[in-house]
Design a protein around this ligand. Structure first.
Ligand code: 2AM
Length: 194
């Protein structure tokens, strides 16, 4: 059987955003919150999760994404807001939100879904909710999340930090006992804005 890689396409975050994610995780940890925290250096905004992809299918996907993204203009978003999925009564994922050129971001997502579907990768059924994951909660973590609403308000009130979107990055995710390890497989540049 062909070797398979678990892949996803995402927007890389600039250093100040990764620093903020690290600082906020530290703050929540100090409050005693229990969670599976993301590694701030590898944090990203997921655009498309592929799951397991057979290696022989990879070159065509890379070629298609490179061609499609070269036809899109670079744009800019920024951090804004915070929340939990699926909702406050059952928090599973803690995230920071984004604002700014959200139409361009939605269009990037649609175009990536489009070329992926043409190559046989099924489209995501859930609507696209762009977010930066900080933590994932297991049911046993929930009693430790004291002041959740207050902390969400505080996170949402942080000043915005810019996220220039000049490329889409294809990552490999390897699931290890100590957590997922992400490595960059390829980077697809958007057309620079003149
Ligand atoms: P996230 O965007 O909420 O953090 C690698 O696993 C990345 O792909 C993570 O950022 C993860 O969630 C995202 N992702 C999206 N759909 C996924 C799925 N069905 N399984 C695993 N990860 C998924």
């Amino acid at each position: 059987m062909d070797e398979q890689w678990r892949l996803f396409a995402a927007i890389e975050l600039p250093e100040p955003v990764r620093e903020r994610i690290g600082q906020e995780i530290e703050r929540l940890r100090r409050l005693g919150w229990q969670a599976k925290w993301v590694s701030p250096q590898g944090s990203h905004l997921t655009v498309k999760f592929y799951g397991s992809v057979p290696l022989p299918a990879l070159p065509r996907l890379q070629e298609a994404l490179r061609a499609e993204l070269a036809r899109m203009s670079a744009f800019s978003i920024e951090t804004a807001g915070a929340g939990v999925f699926p909702h406050l009564a059952r928090p599973r994922v803690l995230w920071l939100g984004v604002d700014g050129e959200l139409e361009a971001l939605a269009s990037l997502h649609q175009r990536v879904e489009g070329v992926s579907l043409e190559l046989g990768f099924p489209a995501e059924e859930r609507p696209f909710h762009p977010h930066l994951t900080l933590a994932r909660f297991r049911p046993e973590d929930l009693p430790s999340l004291r002041g959740l609403s207050r902390q969400l308000e505080r996170l949402a009130a942080l000043p915005p930090l810019p996220i220039p979107v000049q490329a889409l990055t294809l990552y490999r995710s390897e699931l290890r006992r100590t957590g997922a390890v992400y490595t960059v497989v390829d980077r697809f540049e958007l057309e620079a804005v003149r």
